[in-house]
Design a protein around this ligand. Structure first.
Ligand SMILES: [Zn+2]
Ligand SMILES: [Zn+2]
Length: 408
């Protein structure tokens, strides 16, 4: 059965703090370079964005296409408790219906692609059901806007609509091993999406899902998320969760990190006087009631965006330098996409790039990376370990995940 790489949560240029290059032609080109076949439109309740989506031909049931990239309608909504929900819709007419239903409860539906809606999670889930859409909490564990930041369990948020929830989006600071420590999530499919605000190759599809699907239609995607008819997620791919900016509990002013025990003893106040923000690790520790994985759970592959591997290899400070761009473009042109370069290509065949880049890709595949965890709003840091350096225990434990995608 064909395998489809999908990034189902991004934001358009009509959301707050997004790049004005988050338009459909750019997304189509950049997704193809990354190796992503199916992209969520994001922001599909926004009038102008929806009008732009409408200019695309419907290439299959509920799927809109530009060249080789396919789009499915998605939107993120913030509810009355500040919880974010991801919704995946079956058609433009259903998006119009949902828009009409939430419009009276939203003051910013036409100014922000991610609207605030003055409704509970349960009310929004009911509307999603009415529209034949899929819904689940977005980046469920993050402080500020994650479902578990405000609720102890799914039912606290979705009440009598809980059974309709079909997935949970893990967010950048969590992975499968962390999320499966909460028993109520075992029946749900895990989604790993980028939540990208710009089309740069280290943002778009920095996390994605690989689904077994016959072809790309809404119906097939729905079956894959519900794991019906032999379809389903085959792999979750994402950043090392330590890289996320809310991975550990830390002070939001000086970023000093604390264990859960220390946080409680210090009453969530840092020694500098700043507030300690609870990290994803500590939140999951509080909620944890199991340590197993359900049978259906696919493997989680930890990934570093290729542009960042190149940046680390060349020792530049940003991915936006000529050197990094040149090496990235050369590799992507040679192999067709970033995913192919990172996971599926025989390394010896790589040509036309700096030897340091080739070596760094190999080190990444062998799991020779060191991750310093983030917290309190500060991203974690990643380093490629030098050949002669001994591996820290923490990095060694990640090694087993760095297998070729072809193995699955
Ligand atoms: Zn969000
Ligand atoms: Zn502090």
């Amino acid at each position: 059965m064909p395998l489809i790489n999908a990034d189902l949560h991004i934001h358009s240029k009509y959301s707050m703090a997004t790049s004005n290059r988050m338009d459909i032609p750019t997304l189509a080109v950049e997704s193809a370079k990354k190796g992503i076949q199916l992209v969520g439109t994001g922001d599909c309740l926004h009038r102008k964005w929806l009008d732009e989506i409408k200019t695309l031909p419907e290439v299959a049931d509920g799927i809109y296409g530009l060249n080789q990239t396919k789009f499915v309608l998605t939107v993120e909504i913030e509810d009355t408790d500040r919880v974010h929900h991801l919704i995946i819709l079956p058609s433009i007419s259903k998006a119009e219906e949902l828009r009409e239903a939430v419009e009276p409860a939203s003051v910013n539906i036409d100014s922000d692609g991610r609207p605030n809606v003055d409704m509970s999670g349960a009310q929004i889930a009911q509307l999603a059901k009415d529209a034949g859409a899929l819904i689940g909490p977005a980046h469920a564990f993050t402080p500020w806007t994650g479902m578990y930041a405000y609720h102890e369990c799914l039912e606290g948020c979705y009440e009598d609509m809980t059974q309709y929830i079909s997935f949970v989006e893990l967010g950048l600071s969590a992975d499968t091993d962390l999320a499966d420590r909460i028993k109520e999530l075992h029946r749900l499919t895990f989604l790993t999406n980028s939540d990208a605000h710009s089309p740069w190759p280290n943002k778009l599809a920095r996390e994605f899902n690989r689904f077994k699907m016959e072809d790309i239609t809404f119906d097939q995607l729905e079956k894959a998320i519900l794991r019906e008819s032999g379809l389903g997620p085959q792999m979750n791919v994402g950043l090392f969760p330590q890289e996320g900016k809310y991975h550990r509990s830390a002070c939001i002013r000086c970023y000093q990190q604390y264990t859960l025990r220390e946080c409680i003893m210090k009453k969530w106040r840092c020694k500098c006087g700043g507030r300690i923000k609870k990290g994803v690790v500590e939140r999951i520790e509080e909620l944890s009631d199991t340590s197993s994985h359900p049978e259906h759970r696919p493997p989680y592959l930890h990934l570093i965006p290729l542009s960042e591997i190149i940046m680390l290899a060349l020792g530049t400070k940003s991915i936006h330098t000529k050197q990094v761009k040149h090496n990235w473009e050369t590799l992507v042109k040679q192999y067709g996409s970033e995913v192919t370069v990172l996971l599926d290509t025989e390394l010896d065949s790589i040509e036309g790039v700096d030897p340091k880049v080739k070596k760094a890709v190999r080190m990444f595949r062998e799991g020779k990376v060191k991750v310093t965890p983030g917290g309190g709003g500060q991203y974690g840091k990643i380093e490629i370990i030098k050949d002669d350096e001994t591996l820290p225990v923490e990095a060694e434990s990640t090694g087993e995940f760095q297998r070729s995608l072809l193995e699955f």
